[in-house]
Design a protein around this ligand. Structure first.
Ligand code: ZN
Ligand code: ZN
Length: 402
């Protein structure tokens, strides 16, 4: 662990060189390489996974120190990438090391640390939460845009936030923030992985248990097959389906209950490679009928094939022949569901673009996120596949982002 803290210390003591690209270039090559190596550590989720809260807190203070020394994103200034460092460190700490930002939230609110995600406020204390609500209500000047403040509140998402969001959503009155924000509180909740219920409560769209899915190297543990060819066919194009996830739950029965609060032997979440590649975001999702006993069929609720869904022939450049099957197994459980990198099952998705939880066509509530496959081996395509499930209706679908 020492080397992580030493690396942070080294970066802080060199901050005067990091704030400007021209100054940095005056350093010797060896010194530049050392600083790049130290920096690289903090973009690796694995760096944070073994930190204690106390070590996390030390690191968070280094991140703030870097920010205060001028290492932050500013248009028209090049800092050889170092300017992302404080944001990245604080986001990883918030997501992976519980308690690491305790006692620092008031300080986080006085700097503009809004970058990519406002999940850094997820564990904020009640005083900071109430301060954020007041800032939104009064329009008092603050380093954050109201969009960032609403997003921070959504990540906090506790009872007080649910009440406030519900009031803003269902009984909209004039509030300062509405002048500058077009999204609704409900869409901020979605970004943070939950939805407002009609009675003003919260329904989570992710499971709180999260496991790594590394490549399978032994016969032990729970098998999860990714990208294997299925017997069933797509009702739109007639091609055979592939699994996004095929989980052999009977290998480790308690895991099914722990992860999904369901008993079962096998959960298959398939996709049609043809129709998936031509489906447009947010509409015409391919829906499958699934259960926890191995059922995985193209659902007749899909109806007739939409016009934009083309059936590509094997000699067409857009034809996707198949997926490279990957045998994985249930790896270590992650400390938090917010550790979103890499292929995993349970926990939260990593959205490179925007949050995109599909709506169940039957009950019209948002579907739950089941798992994410990163670096999918599809020819001429790079990105993520996401599996979603409506437990109540037994329907699933696959999303994509790249
Ligand atoms: Zn199809
Ligand atoms: Zn449903």
């Amino acid at each position: 662990m020492l080397h992580v803290l030493q690396a942070a210390e080294l970066l802080c003591s060199s901050s005067q060189w990091l704030v400007d690209s021209h100054t940095f270039q005056t350093l010797s090559q060896e010194r530049q390489d050392t600083l790049y190596a130290a920096e690289g550590l903090f973009y690796e989720p694995s760096t944070y996974r073994s930190l204690t809260s106390q070590e996390g807190k030390v690191l968070a203070k280094f991140a703030l120190q870097l920010y205060d020394a001028g290492v932050f994103v500013e248009p028209d200034r090049s800092t050889d990438g170092f300017d992302f460092l404080p944001y990245s460190m604080l986001t990883y700490l918030a997501d992976i090391v519980p308690g690491s930002l305790d006692g620092l939230y008031a300080q986080l609110l006085t700097r503009n640390l809004n970058f990519q995600s406002n999940s850094i406020f997820r564990e904020a204390d009640p005083e900071t939460r109430d301060h954020i609500i007041t800032l939104l209500q009064t329009g008092e000047p603050c380093p954050y845009h109201p969009t960032a403040l609403l997003s921070a509140l959504a990540w906090i998402g506790d009872r007080r936030v649910q009440e406030q969001f519900s009031q803003w959503q269902y009984h909209p009155e004039y509030e300062q923030w509405r002048q500058r924000v077009t999204l609704t509180p409900a869409s901020f909740a979605h970004q943070a992985g939950w939805e407002l219920t009609p009675d003003g409560g919260r329904r989570d769209l992710y499971f709180h248990t999260c496991y790594d899915l590394p490549r399978r190297t032994s016969e032990e543990g729970l098998r999860v097959n990714l990208g294997s060819l299925q017997e069933e066919h797509c009702g739109w194009c007639g091609r055979q389906l592939f699994s996004c996830f095929d989980c052999f739950l009977s290998d480790l029965p308690h895991v099914s209950e722990e992860l999904f609060h369901q008993r079962g032997e096998r959960l298959r979440l398939p996709l049609c490679l043809n129709c998936f590649s031509t489906q447009s975001f947010r509409e015409n999702r391919v829906i499958m009928d699934v259960d926890f006993h191995g059922k995985a069929q193209w659902s007749t609720s899909n109806g007739a094939r939409p016009q934009h869904v083309q059936v590509y022939e094997p000699d067409d450049i857009r034809y996707i022949a198949g997926l490279q099957p990957q045998q994985c197994f249930l790896g270590p459980q992650r400390r938090t569901p917010y550790d979103v990198n890499g292929t995993h099952i349970g926990g939260c998705p990593n959205w490179p673009q925007y949050s995109d939880y599909p709506i169940c066509p039957s009950c019209e509530r948002s579907m739950m996120f089941v798992g994410q496959w990163e670096e999918v081996p599809i020819y001429l395509w790079e990105g993520y596949l996401y599996a979603f499930l409506c437990l109540e209706c037994g329907l699933s679908t696959i999303g994509q982002q790249h």
